[in-house]
Design a protein around this ligand. Structure first.
Ligand code: SF4
Ligand code: SF4
Length: 399
């Protein structure tokens, strides 16, 4: 089979290995085939017809978190994210690479039925909330997956847009259902800069990032077009989810149209936008906060500095010593690969505790900031880690 990869992208890898320490799956397993270099070599062999897309190849591709830590570390500029998305797209059409039928049904329901229909996701979220109250939610979840603890207060938050906004907040699908209180705080902070804040129009809920990661590129393109069509005129678009922000900023490459490129140029991450607009009159809290950079904020958007600029006047920031290594959330990765995702998270949690100076007491609560809902849910499942969004911490620090 051919994977349809760009030969120029493949040959850009010179096998130097500088990316290896930045790869969470390599750090956990120590296996070459679980490293970026090994994965690229395997892609090259299959794409060139020198090897089959057998079970070992499929596993090596599926175990990649798509954190793109390797891309940021690579001196040759290998576009690993694009290579992996194209490979996964090709694998979907190979019978031997297809997952079990149960997984295919679950994926069809998730990607094709629920995520594109925001009203359905909201209804199911209320059902999950009820199941949690009745104590039966754990029995419904796949082994190794911790369902998020939903709050009726967050689910019931009403976001009220301003008339004639000069910026709109992209609210997304899962984040709008499970962490809408973060959107409320993001709007509060944005208004504190003097902005009139609107909301993305109807039909523009799901950005397609999860679809692109899964190699469902046609569906990702369709959702991207819906988001662009749901945005009026040439208003700025702010995103408070790092994964969604990276997706919206890549619509130009995904759709390859002038309209999409113009749209992507108007997109900012929440922290990036607030820093560029105004200095906020925050009050110093003195609380220590460990910064956990979402990969798609640090390695893809390169907007991790803005979070620190915003929070430093109000909080004592602490840095992990792992050079921004992934936490293992990876969209639906934690559900698909719970063993590896858990092992990667253990390393991250240890780095967070070391940064907080709490290694002597592993049960002491540690305040962590993360600008991505998936990372917040994944890390928040670790006992003692209290994960908040930059918007929440900033809203609390406003006078
Ligand atoms: S992906 Fe980049 S950093 Fe990694 S081995 Fe290839 S050239 Fe080196
Ligand atoms: S995207 Fe992340 S997990 Fe995948 S090969 Fe690169 S560093 Fe490793």
């Amino acid at each position: 089979m051919t994977l349809g990869l760009d030969p120029d992208e493949l040959v850009a890898c010179v096998a130097c290995g500088l990316c290896l320490p930045h790869c969470p799956t390599y750090r956990v397993t120590g296996l070459e085939l679980a490293s970026p270099r090994g994965r690229i070599a395997a892609m090259r062999a299959v794409d060139g017809g020198m090897a089959a897309a057998d079970a070992t190849f499929v596993r090596a591709m599926r175990e990649c978190v798509q954190c793109r830590g390797c891309e940021a570390a690579c001196p040759s500029g290998v576009p690993f994210g694009h290579l992996m998305e194209t490979t996964r797209d090709a694998m979907r059409h190979v019978p031997s690479a297809r997952p079990a039928w149960r997984v295919r049904v679950a994926e069809w329901l998730g990607y094709r039925v629920v995520l594109p229909r925001h009203w359905l996701l909201l209804v199911l979220s209320w059902v999950l909330w009820l199941a949690q109250r009745l104590g039966v939610a754990g029995r419904l979840a796949p082994a190794g997956v911790s369902p998020p603890s939903l709050s009726a207060r967050s689910l019931a938050v009403r976001l009220l847009p301003d008339a004639t906004p000069d910026v709109v907040l992209f609210t997304g699908c899962v984040m709008d259902a499970w962490q809408r209180d973060v959107h409320r705080d993001a709007m509060t902070v944005m208004r504190a800069t003097g902005a009139r804040v609107g909301l993305i129009g109807s039909g523009g809920a799901c950005c397609g990032a999860l679809h692109a990661h899964a190699g469902r590129l046609d569906e990702a393109r369709s959702l991207a077009q819906r988001v662009i069509s749901a945005t009026d005129g040439d208003v700025e678009v702010v995103v408070d989810s790092a994964g969604c922000g990276a997706a919206l900023k890549s619509y130009g490459e995904l759709l390859d149209t002038d309209e999409a490129r113009e749209f992507s140029a108007r997109v900012s991450d929440f922290s990036e936008w607030v820093v560029a607009r105004a200095a906020l009159p925050v009050q110093r809290s003195g609380r220590r906060v460990v910064v956990a950079d979402p990969c798609h904020l640090r390695h893809v958007q390169h907007a991790d500095g803005a979070v620190r600029t915003l929070l430093a006047p109000a909080y004592d920031l602490a840095e992990t010593a792992d050079d921004g290594l992934c936490c293992g959330a990876g969209g639906v990765y934690a559900a698909r690969e719970p063993g590896l995702a858990g092992a990667i998270r253990d390393r991250k949690a240890a780095a967070i505790r070391a940064a907080a100076g709490e290694s002597a007491n592993p049960d002491a609560p540690v305040l962590v900031v993360s600008a991505n809902p998936g990372c917040a849910l994944h890390l928040g499942a670790v006992p003692g880690l209290i994960v908040r969004h930059p918007a929440e911490l900033l809203a609390e620090a406003l006078p």
